[in-house]
Design a protein around this ligand. Structure first.
Ligand SMILES: Cc1cc2nc3c(=O)[nH]c(=O)nc-3n(C[C@H](O)[C@H](O)[C@H](O)COP(=O)(O)OP(=O)(O)OC[C@H]3O[C@@H](n4cnc5c(N)ncnc54)[C@H](O)[C@@H]3O)c2cc1C
Length: 382
């Protein structure tokens, strides 16, 4: 008999959620994490993560966001903690900008509450934001932000309360399929389980080297900047936002003051080549700061003050920007989850549910066709 029904590798955002949903279904589950819970070496640190509903990336995400929101609320009840702060959100750019068009499309297709504001209307409602006259905003009143470190701790605690074992500071050095399950090797033990769920974030490529998954890990930098008038950047005055400057293919994203006392922002994607987690340079420098100020100076001139904190983090991206949630192509008892591409955190609660369904039922109640591995054989790109 195996030691465990399911082993989860990596107890970050997705792994802690998967462990909770598996444990809640009554199976014997062991989660193995190489660092501490809610550490700052992966993709899930930095105090806040945007949760938006009018999902520009593809309308197919909207039902998942809605389920995720329900599950976050449930986790707040279970843990007694605030995990979501409601602020509303706004997607800013010219009417033809991807983040604006896409947000409108998703809102219209799913009948989501939303409002289109011109540049003056955006400034009137959110005085910290200054747009050029050719830009507009799509307001998404259901949006807000999640508290990622607390959410990971809450999922892990809830999993433990259902009998899960969560072992930290124990790195997986390898795994293999056996005739009746899997064997997972760490520096201390060899564990046996019937099923395996791999939620290793930026380390997925290394754990699945033979599959040559098209995952690219990049260094990202976010910063917190001191505003002249802090009141304008408080969560009740400034929503979470995406801003695509005219003529720019990419966009900036940001959040109101929470944690460090400044406006937080980052860029999709920060200008960095692909790395491995071990190669990642975790220090920040003047060019990192200068890039973020190219958004602050014109659009948030009152928040272009002293840099209070700069932090690195990793994106693990697929060519089309959508997640991977599927069975291993040769081992149906091994579930692969890579839900990042820079926008995965908000889904962690529902990704945990999906991972548990894939591991235990071989299928999910949710529509996850766009996350299947097979799409890469057809050359899926962004
Ligand atoms: C700067 C930045 C801003 C972002 N902003 C947003 C946002 O606003 N909204 C949003 O929804 N998403 C956002 N994202 C994306 C989101 O944070 C990620 O999608 C999410 O954190 C990925 O979670 P994960 O579980 O895949 O990775 P992680 O949380 O990093 O977890 C992977 C875990 O696996 C462990 N692990 C790996 N290998 C091993 C091993 N061999 N043995 C044991 N353990 C192992 C790691 O230590 C780690 O804890 C952002 C990401 C970044 C970097």
């Amino acid at each position: 008999m195996s030691d465990w029904d399911v082993i989860v590798v990596g107890a970050g955002a997705m792994g802690s959620a998967a462990t909770f949903h598996l444990a809640r279904r009554g199976v014997r589950v062991l989660a193995l994490e190489q660092f501490d819970l809610a550490h700052d070496q992966g993709s899930s640190h930095g105090y806040t993560r945007i949760m938006r509903h009018a999902y520009y990336n593809a309308p197919g995400y909207v039902p998942l966001v809605q389920r995720a929101q329900t599950l976050w609320r449930e986790l707040e009840e279970i843990s007694g903690e605030t995990l979501f702060v409601h602020t509303g959100g706004v997607s800013l750019g010219r009417p033809d900008a991807l983040v604006v068009r896409g947000a409108l499309l998703a809102a219209e297709r799913f009948g989501l509450d939303h409002e289109v504001l011109d540049a003056a209307g955006v400034h009137q409602r959110f005085p910290a934001i200054h747009l050029s006259d050719d830009m507009i905003g799509v307001h998404d009143p259901a949006a807000g932000f999640l508290l990622p470190e607390r959410a990971i701790l809450a999922h892990a605690a809830a999993a433990r309360s259902h009998g899960a074992e969560v072992r930290t500071r124990e790195a997986i050095t390898g795994w293999q399929a056996t005739s009746d399950g899997v064997e997972v090797h760490t520096e201390r033990h060899v564990y046996r389980a019937e099923r395996l769920v791999l939620t290793a974030g930026a380390w997925m490529g290394e754990l699945l080297a033979d599959l040559k998954l098209p995952l690219e890990v990049t260094r990202q930098v976010v910063g917190w900047f001191e505003p002249d008038d802090p009141a304008l950047c408080e969560p009740h005055r400034l929503p979470v936002w995406l801003l695509q400057p005219p003529g720019d293919e990419e966009y900036f994203y940001g959040l109101p003051r929470y944690g460090p006392p400044g406006l937080k922002l980052g860029r999709m994607f920060h200008l960095q080549p692909a790395v491995t987690p071990a190669e990642l340079r975790r220090t920040t420098d003047d060019p990192d700061e200068a890039l973020l100020r190219t958004c602050l100076a014109p659009y948030f001139p009152g928040a272009n003050g002293r840099a209070l904190e700069l932090m690195t983090c990793m994106f693990t991206s697929t060519p089309d920007g959508h997640f991977i949630m599927d069975a291993h192509p040769r081992h149906p008892n091994v579930t692969l989850v890579s839900a990042c591409s820079g926008h995965g955190f908000k889904f962690a609660s529902v990704v945990g549910e999906i991972a548990a369904e894939l591991a235990l039922d071989g299928q999910s109640q949710h529509d996850i066709e766009m996350f299947r591995l097979g799409r890469f054989e057809n050359g899926a790109t962004r």
